[in-house]
Design a protein around this ligand. Structure first.
Ligand code: AP5
Ligand code: MG
Length: 216
């Protein structure tokens, strides 16, 4: 059975950072809904243009388009054994849709690590973030700087600051998260899948806690 791990947590808490490490460790694919929207934006697709109009306001992209984008992505062959889902699902409707999709593909949500940190930490992390243009590798100007300013260590492409990482936008995204995504905490707690992880610790420590919670 294909194994899916859902990373849940507020904007800037470190989902993308941990998802990349977990994907390497577990050899599962990394599927980030935010990265997929940004890729569409870069390629100037219709989906990219539609997503931009919501992302620029810090709002969620409508469920129907998000669900069909994820369905397309997880039916690709690299997700045959499962995937680390980063940023999806983000609403109860998306969570129900994921259950239905996985039932069709003989997959299951194995666990849902829920990473948390106070709002001041989220703002500090997101506002200092630098993202790699080519593959979305993640840096922070203080906590994990690249070796050369403005250049990705992994693939040499340039680093940029996301438009939605300005302080007012991060605050708005946190509000949207509290209203629309927080219900998923109870949803997955009731299903017995929630693993609470303290995201205030250093990256390596968060990874260690995640791995021991997932494979205890
Ligand atoms: P998305 O790209 O998913 O953004 P997000 O959920 O707001 O989360 P972030 O990517 O901002 O943070 P993260 O938790 O991944 O943190 P990271 O590891 O980068 O979504 C963007 C937009 O797309 C949404 O607003 C919405 O419009 C749309 N969208 C996406 N999915 C959707 C969906 N399912 N439905 C509808 N719309 C959707 O880390 C942050 C920074 O902190 C980095 O600089 C990193 O280096 C640093 N850092 C990480 N961990 C640590 C640590 N432990 N200690 C110190 N620094 C750390
Ligand atoms: Mg992210």
């Amino acid at each position: 059975m294909a194994t899916f791990i859902v990373l849940l947590g507020p904007p800037g808490v470190g989902k993308g950072t941990q998802a990349k490490i977990l994907a390497e460790t577990t050899k599962l694919a990394h599927v980030s809904s935010g990265d997929l929207f940004r890729e569409n934006l870069k390629n100037q697709t219709e989906l990219g243009r539609l997503a931009k109009s919501f992302m620029d306001k810090g709002e969620l992209v409508p469920d129907d388009v998000t669900i069909s984008m994820i369905r397309d992505r997880i039916t690709r062959s690299d997700c045959g054994a499962g995937a680390i889902l980063d940023g999806f699902p983000r609403t109860p409707i998306q969570a129900d849709a994921l259950e239905k999709m996985l039932a069709e593909f003989n997959g299951e949500v194995k666990a849902v690590p829920f990473i948390t940190a106070p709002e001041s930490t989220l703002v500090e992390r997101a506002s200092g973030r630098w993202t790699c243009r080519e593959q979305g590798h993640i840096y922070h100007q203080i906590f994990s700087p690249p070796k050369k300013i403005g250049i990705c260590d992994m693939d040499g492409s340039d680093l940029y600051q996301r438009d939605d990482d300005k302080v007012e936008m991060v605050t708005k995204r946190i509000r949207v998260y509290l209203e629309q995504t927080m219900p998923l905490v109870e949803y997955y707690r009731k299903a017995g899948k929630l693993l609470e992880i303290d995201g205030t610790q250093a990256v390596e420590q968060v990874t260690k806690e995640l791995l021991s919670a997932l494979y205890k």
